[in-house]
Ligand binder design. Structure first.
Ligand code: C2O
Length: 576
């Protein structure tokens, strides 16, 4: 009953909309949140220099959305920038509603300069922290914000209510127009320039030039417990995060609760979120929270700077304690940049709070290699071939380097039956098996460019093993699946062993997420039920890898009847 109404709402008929509003009053439950997101350039000054930065409503980071589970959002995106843009609600399941998902040329054509599009969607059965970001080229470098989902009225957190809470958005700042950084990299074929700073809530913090004034400060009263909603919105880097002298207790990831996990440091990949509780049980004062790179690629340049914000104890009168603001806060100890042992220990300790439903019978057994590649050039001296040894960088899944269409979106082509935009022959296993994490023959370094989708029957039970390769370099790839959450049932180093690894899978209380690192030089296994029809992008959330083709898409077919089928597209869906 409820879901039928929500589905109708997504069809965005004003009449049905009014019905929903009326019924939401009688249920005293779901609310509808209306927002206008104007995408526009605004001057933003960081690291001593002012840039014309693409923002939402002039804010950087963008506005925080706060809703309850069951609520609906109606967000009108108005593009006043000079770039095509789309918005993505990262982690929102968008049941039967790929039209609101946002990845450009996958579920929609971009909103052109001067254009608008209204995203209408409902949060169904999710609680915790998600976020939203642009899903067009590299615009998400500055176009992003938090999406907080509170429990329904009358329902509670599975932990004591924290006294305060703060979104902690970790970002990456370029002292150039990020779109130009991308443009240059796509021209030369070389790796893009690295960022100049990491940021916490848009601010680099005290350790960077011209940045002390804006440093983010999080006030806390002695003794109280607060909730930090940490989001990694950085473009290209996994991060370690720690708070000086304060232990954290992880209670949620990617809008799913976890068994409480005490830790001094977390690792968080782009796309992931981590909710932690912190108790102000130290001597009143000022303590840095800090984030810096967890870098797994070998011989690759990376931004090795450290961003900080301040956890500041307030006196009972509500002001900061005497003399405190002049004292230099203590820095937390962060792991070494390449500390895979610490990263793995953390990630593998995460659990769901109790037994969850994991499919045990598998209909689709998928094995996807993920990694980089190099495209050979006929003229290695060409200015367009400045990758290693006169090549161009690429990346692939099962040797297919994903090419985004340009004349239509996948979803629109599928829905309207337009041929020639994609094929559905994405390989379920690597076309040629090899020693994935060994010394790989150069003949296997060059992927094939194509727009291939993998078809899944509605309701099929899927196991997917991501296998990192050592082509160019092993690396931890944060793999994100749109339209789904999945159970992370196992991980390991080296090549996945289909005989000896599955018996070790955790099918009882694995963590549930929407983005998972591939394990550098290793593998990670996930399971989900394909119960959300539509075309769903799956990709590495390092944006440099995404533009190189580290992506594919699933085409989940409609099931039986309306409630198992994609809803009709909204009338204002942009055309290419
Ligand atoms: Cu955070 Cu394809 O998205």
């Amino acid at each position: 009953m409820d879901s039928l109404k929500l589905a109708n709402f997504s069809m965005c008929s004003c009449l049905l909309f009014a019905t929903l509003l009326a019924s939401s009053v009688s249920f005293a439950a779901a609310e509808v949140h209306f927002h206008e997101f104007v995408i526009q350039a605004r001057p933003v000054k960081r690291l001593c220099r002012t840039h014309s930065t693409i923002t939402v409503n002039g804010q950087f980071p963008g506005p925080t959305l706060a809703v309850r589970d069951g609520d609906s959002l109606v967000i009108t995106a108005i593009n006043r920038a000079r770039y095509n843009v789309t918005l993505h609600w990262h982690g929102v399941r968008q049941l039967r509603n790929p039209w609101a998902d946002g990845p450009e040329y996958v579920t929609q054509c971009p909103i052109q300069p001067g254009g608008t599009y209204t995203y209408r969607f409902t949060i169904q059965g999710q609680e915790g922290t998600l976020w939203w970001h642009a899903h067009s080229k590299w615009l998400r470098a500055t176009v992003y914000g938090a999406l907080i989902i509170y429990p329904k009225w009358g329902s509670h957190y599975p932990f004591p209510m924290p006294k305060r809470e703060f979104p902690v958005l970790l970002g990456e700042w370029f002292d150039r127009n990020p779109m130009d950084v991308l443009k240059q990299a796509l021209f030369t074929g070389a790796a893009p320039n690295v960022s100049d700073a990491y940021t916490i809530n848009g601010q680099p913090g005290d350790l960077y030039r011209c940045s002390s004034k804006g440093t983010a400060v999080f006030p806390v009263m002695p003794g109280e417990t607060i909730l930090l909603r940490i989001i990694n919105a950085a473009l290209n880097e996994e991060l370690f995060f720690s708070v000086a002298n304060h232990q954290m207790t992880v209670v949620g990831i990617d809008a799913a609760y976890t068994r409480p996990l005490a830790t001094n440091v977390i690792v968080i990949g782009p796309g992931q979120t981590t909710n932690v509780l912190i108790t102000a049980n130290q001597a009143p004062g000022r303590y840095y929270m800090a984030a810096r790179a967890y870098q797994t690629a070998q011989n690759a340049a990376f931004d090795n700077t450290t961003t900080t914000a301040i956890l500041q104890y307030m006196s009972t009168s509500g002001t900061s304690g005497k003399g405190q603001s002049s004292s230099r806060p203590i820095l937390p100890i962060l792991p070494a940049y390449n500390d895979t042992a610490t990263a793995t220990a953390f990630t593998s300790s995460l659990r769901s709070p109790g037994k969850i439903h994991v499919p045990t019978q598998i209909d689709e057994n998928l094995f996807f290699t993920v990694g980089l590649g190099l495209i050979n050039c006929s003229n290695p001296n060409s200015p367009r071939c400045q990758g290693p040894n006169g090549t161009r960088f690429a990346a692939s899944v099962n040797n297919v380097s994903f090419v985004f269409p340009t004349t239509n979106s996948l979803m629109q082509a599928y829905y309207q039956g337009v041929p020639g935009v994609f094929t559905t022959d994405f390989p379920p296993v690597p076309p040629i098996p090899f020693n994935y994490t060994g010394n790989v023959n150069r003949g296997l370094w060059q992927p094939v460019k194509a727009t291939k989708l993998y078809k899944l029957k509605y309701g099929s039970r899927v196991q997917l093993v991501y296998q990192d390769t050592s082509i160019v370099t092993t690396e931890d790839h944060p793999m994100h699946l749109h339209g789904y959450s999945f159970a992370v049932i196992g991980a390991g180093f080296g090549n996945f062993d289909p005989i000896n690894d599955p018996p070790k899978f955790n099918l009882i209380d694995p963590p549930v997420r929407n983005t998972i690192g591939s394990t550098p030089g290793g593998w990670v296994a996930i399971r989900f039920v394909a119960d959300n029809p539509g075309i769903w992008l799956m990709h590495c959330h390092l944006d440099s890898h995404l533009v190189w083709g580290l992506a594919m898409s699933f085409l989940v077919e409609n099931g039986v009847g309306e409630l198992q089928s994609v809803i009709p597209p909204p009338p204002d869906l942009p055309r290419c």
